[in-house]
Ligand binder design. Sequence first.
Ligand SMILES: Cc1cc2nc3c(=O)[nH]c(=O)nc-3n(C[C@H](O)[C@H](O)[C@H](O)COP(=O)(O)OP(=O)(O)OC[C@H]3O[C@@H](n4cnc5c(N)ncnc54)[C@H](O)[C@@H]3O)c2cc1C
Length: 442
Amino acid sequence: MKIAILGAGVSGLSLARFLVEGGLAADAIHVFEASRSPGGLCASKSIDGFTYDVTGGHILYSKDQAAMSWMQRACGGPDAFVEKARHTRIRFGQRWVNYPFENGLGDLPPEANFECLRGYVAAWHQRQTTKSPAPREFGAWVRWRFGDGIAQHFMDPYNAKVWKRDLDFLTSDWVAGRVPDAPVDDVLRSSVGIRTEGYTHQSTFYYPKSGGFQAITDGIARTVLPRVRLGTAVREIARKGAGFVVNGEEFDLVVSTLSLTFLPDLVPDMPQAVAEACRTLEYNGIVCVLLALDRAEHPDLSWIYLPHAAQGPTNRVTYMSNYAPSLAPKGRSSLLCEVTTPGGAPFPGPELEREIVDGLARAGLIRRDEVLFHDRTETSQAYVVFDHRYAARRHAIFDWMAGFGLLTLGRFGRFEYDNSDQCVIKARELAAQLLERARAGV
Ligand SMILES: Cc1cc2nc3c(=O)[nH]c(=O)nc-3n(C[C@H](O)[C@H](O)[C@H](O)COP(=O)(O)OP(=O)(O)OC[C@H]3O[C@@H](n4cnc5c(N)ncnc54)[C@H](O)[C@@H]3O)c2cc1C
């Protein structure tokens, strides 16, 4: 069996490695990667002694212990990682508010605390008495779930910054398990000043001691790198007999981790309606700006959320140099600022960096004269946007794909909100199926 894997991000690399570990001959695998280096969205960049993750600070954690251990083993085992306690906060004026927001109401000014608690209890009471179902619109869902106060003080402005769209343009489907859901008692406790913890499954995370998060994909790549054709963009995918042709070369099987939005330009046989479904999938890009700082250390924070317009365009700041000492020169530190962009829109001009620095200075997080330099990386596809036509589009695409026979994997290969561990888990599942097929000779 000769397999083409399109894309050498964590999904494509993991699939290749699982196949080899499962006994498939390495020379049966051919990985096409447009970029000059592997890693995709997991890549990191080093500049003048500072290292940062190019699509925002990445952390390793997983509910699937086997997948996480596999990722760690691939890059030197647990000793190659720093174990960190997650410390996240919301910046609210000049205050720190615990995260998730509803676990931090006691940190708010008294009037805001009252408004948030009143709204939360009213929404809770409304749900209990009317048994109203969760609204499908995300904006309406926020008020149904958290009430007016939390919506107004945090959820609305924060989500407007991230999604760059009217919140009701999004569905509420994606929030299960992602937007933390605190018991009402915890919210009451937090409001009167008793500490409660939300979102505990991420309370500890791991980060490579050196090389940034990319050390993980570099590690996964190590055993399969000779099979990766770097700098080789896929230009055409077509069927030929029982197999496929990629860039004119024949394969028995093709697994694509490329974005579904790219496929209409690569697959000439795609029907018009399916191409339209691919092209209209909604997503956001991201600009990540590293601020290299002439400051020895930061407070013990992992990352913070900046919900308000006065804090500048950044929605999340990672305390990058807190993740591992290797990420900044001795006596220096760094922050990594994320700014999302609506899918397909041009990236902001050089005024962005000034707006970011001004916003962080206003928020009391940095002084302008501490910034040694900044460096930006632009990524055109970072977040899947779950709008109301998302499910119908995917249905049309995967219905056709099942007949066409192209297999897809990965965050944008399947348009799912997957972290790297989930990419690994899905690659492991697909590898098991393909190995079974190879054994059965089909
Ligand atoms: C802001 C942000 C924060 C995140 N935080 C975390 C986190 O904390 N922890 C975590 O585990 N995960 C995190 N993730 C998710 C993680 O980055 C992704 O799940 C993962 O990197 C996706 O890998 P992939 O291989 O599916 O896709 P990609 O990394 O996108 O790989 C696709 C590959 O295809 C290549 N390619 C594209 N076009 C072509 C072509 N025509 N021909 C050949 N090759 C091509 C690309 O260069 C790329 O290398 C985060 C993601 C974002 C955006």
